[in-house]
Design a protein around this ligand. Sequence first.
Ligand SMILES: Cc1cc2nc3c(=O)[nH]c(=O)nc-3n(C[C@H](O)[C@H](O)[C@H](O)COP(=O)(O)OP(=O)(O)OC[C@H]3O[C@@H](n4cnc5c(N)ncnc54)[C@H](O)[C@@H]3O)c2cc1C
Length: 356
Amino acid sequence: MNSKLENQINIAGAGPAGLTAAIVLAKYGYKPKVYDMSPCVGHRMNGDFQGLENWSSDKDITMLLKDIGIDINFLCIPYHGGDIYAPRIAPLKIKSERPIFYLVKRGAANNSLDNGLKEQAVCWGGEIVFNRRIESCEGKTIIATGPKRADFIAAGVTFDTGAENLASVLFNDEIAPKGYAYLLINDGFGTMATVIYKDFKNTKKYFKNLVNFFQNEKNIDIKNEKRFGGFGNFFIRDTNAFDKKIYVGESAGFQDYLWGFGLRYAIISGYLAAMSIITGSDYDSLWKKEVKPMLETSLVNRYLIEKFGDFGYSYIAKKFAEGNPCNFLKRNYNLSFLKSFLLPIAKKRYKIYENI
Ligand SMILES: Cc1cc2nc3c(=O)[nH]c(=O)nc-3n(C[C@H](O)[C@H](O)[C@H](O)COP(=O)(O)OP(=O)(O)OC[C@H]3O[C@@H](n4cnc5c(N)ncnc54)[C@H](O)[C@@H]3O)c2cc1C
């Protein structure tokens, strides 16, 4: 094979996982060619706000992005707190010295995460081909095509508002069964959504309850609303590198089974896939070291939250409000002795291990 073709790496999917892989590969002199079935980046998303979680590692996520070669050329606003609602307790305030998450925008807008990553990939020499769905390619291909099935469903609305910036989280099975709901406002734009893990057929009802709840509680004005929906997928495979394909992001099942914070997984796994190609290292060993312990922890967390119901929601809300929510979350997003012990029970309960 001539060296030009050897250097070309095909990537299916221009989401955060595929674009991160493209940026890293291009920086190392490869020629990534990214195919996306949609007409632009972020098409699966809706201009909504999402949170880049900043609790699962010691290092701030923005530093981590810089370390792996990603510039912050997109809206990325630190949020240090907000309020939280849980059953049978009064709403609580959350405050944290360390940003709990960075608010990012998804979709095709100029300041979105998706567009920022696209600009970087192209600037380093990557090629992006839109409106091209690919299932397989000749040569090594990174598969970054996102979720295949719905393990959770999100139903939300974006809107313009004159309300102040804020972040609110809500645990309530009448609004978000076994999941949570959120309201995020930044600079006159807002996103409200419910993330549902059960009873998908009643999504409309939960969405209605969500809007009623936040309108009553916050009394915010809502203009130019746009409804959106989405879903997330979680599974664990024994291998994610087979048949010349390397699976990253949600197409590899890399997702936070507890609450769906999949962005970090997407970006990190895109980086690991690129590095496995650049250094010739084994991708399975890389993700099993960096990603798998967190995936398994999230499985146990899901088991616990479903088991403890309202008591669990109130417990978490109080812990968040106690003073150091990032520490509390970090402890709970990383595998501990207790969670290793509970893992076999959670595995049996959810049966999310897939064989190829
Ligand atoms: C409503 C909602 C809210 C969320 N909120 C958060 C949050 O606050 N924080 C967080 O961390 N995570 C959040 N997530 C999860 C997060 O968005 C995903 O985990 C993340 O986008 C996964 O990135 P990805 O690159 O793996 O896949 P995607 O972002 O899904 O990108 C996949 C891309 O592949 C393309 N594609 C699919 N099939 C093909 C094909 N055959 N050929 C070519 N192209 C193809 C698609 O068009 C898409 O552009 C949320 C998800 C939803 C739905």
